[in-house]
Design a protein around this ligand. Structure first.
Ligand code: ADE
Ligand code: ZN
Length: 329
């Protein structure tokens, strides 16, 4: 099904998309011992979401320089393009890129952008960045991240998000950071309704004034909220394979993406941290097609919803939409 259908991905963590072989190679080069995070087949190994966050952070240890991020970005975009992705938005964290120091962050960002330009010329894939504090590092660090984001906001850094442990603190603790990002012209999204229930989605909408929600799937537990999402046109960045791999839902048919869509919510499809969850955008499409009998028309609609919800400038959006039109003509 997915074959070469062009895809638009709105929810991808750059470090979380690092191929494990790439991280292992880099760790060997830098003599960083992170053997504990891999299983015997060389894949990332973790027990549950909270352990996953620890493994994720350990996997960033060998990523020390802007050059490392340049190589990482090229490796990630090669995988995305091979799965048919034509436009992607990636979460970037100054926590990992230069420890929230603005001049270091600028250097990391420069290296990432250079790699993105190369990949665009090589594979035609377009990348944009969403700067994202890590929730469990706390609101004070998030403020520093917001300042990095505000200073580099523009046609490439287009959004601001919130990732990490949803059980740590409340969205309103991060209002200052989100206000600063909004004032700098950044578009807003936040992880909610993944490990928190429907109230976490309500909190993010009210206290952070986001226009998209990362995951948001647990809104299904409150149908009044589902109606509100549909009416307000709030876009959910749904990552079904991630939710299933992390044990939120037992299997693909139990995942609420189909029901959310049937109830009029704008759903999109992304991979989150693809190698951690043994997925790709092509695999997500295939699994969804099988589980819910979705045909090409549904995927076309989802890709267009994603393009319309992308945080990029209008000219970039028009180009994506044109490519989608051409593929379905
Ligand atoms: N960081 C990377 N993946 C994440 C997820 N699924 N939820 C929250 N934070 C994350
Ligand atoms: Zn995520």
């Amino acid at each position: 099904m997915s074959g070469l259908l062009p895809k638009v991905e709105l929810h991808l963590h750059l470090e979380g998309a690092a191929p494990p072989g790439f991280i292992r190679g880099l760790a060997a080069e830098k003599k960083v011992d992170i053997a504990r995070i891999f299983d015997e087949r060389g894949n990332y190994a973790y027990d549950d979401f909270w352990h996953f966050l620890k493994v994720y952070e350990a996997a960033t240890e060998p990523l020390k320089t802007p050059e490392d991020y340049h190589r990482l970005t090229l490796a990630v975009l090669e995988e995305s393009a091979a799965a048919g992705v034509i436009y992607s938005e990636t979460f970037l964290s100054p926590d990992f890129c230069g420890g929230r120091d603005l001049s270091a962050w600028r250097e990391f960002l420069h290296a990432i952008r250079e790699a993105a330009d190369l990949a665009e010329r090589r594979d035609g894939i377009v990348l944009r960045g969403i700067v994202t504090p890590i929730r469990h590092l706390g609101p004070e660090k998030a403020k520093e991240v917001a300042l990095c984001a505000a200073e580099t906001a523009g046609d490439w850094v287009v959004g601001f998000g919130l990732a990490g442990d949803e059980k740590s603190g409340k969205p309103k603790d991060f209002s200052w950071a989100f206000d600063a990002a909004r004032e700098a012209g950044l578009r807003l999204t936040a992880h909610a309704g993944e490990w928190g229930g429907p109230e976490s989605v309500r909190d993010a909408l009210r206290d952070l004034r986001v226009e998209r929600i990362g995951h948001g799937v647990r809104a299904i537990e409150d149908l009044a909220l589902v109606d509100e999402l549909a009416e307000r046109g709030i876009v959910l960045e749904v990552c079904p394979g991630s939710n299933i791999a992390l044990g939120l839902y037992q299997d693909w048919r139990s995942h609420p993406i189909h029901e959310l869509r049937e109830r009029g919510v704008k759903v999109t499809v992304s991979t989150d941290d693809p190698p951690f969850f043994h997925t790709t955008m092509a695999r997500e499409y295939d699994r969804l097609a099988t589980a819910f009998d979705w045909d090409e028309g549904v995927f076309d609609e989802i890709a267009k919803t994603s393009a319309k919800a992308a945080f990029c400038d209008e000219k970039t959006r028009e180009n994506i939409l044109k490519k989608l039109e051409k593929a379905h003509a």
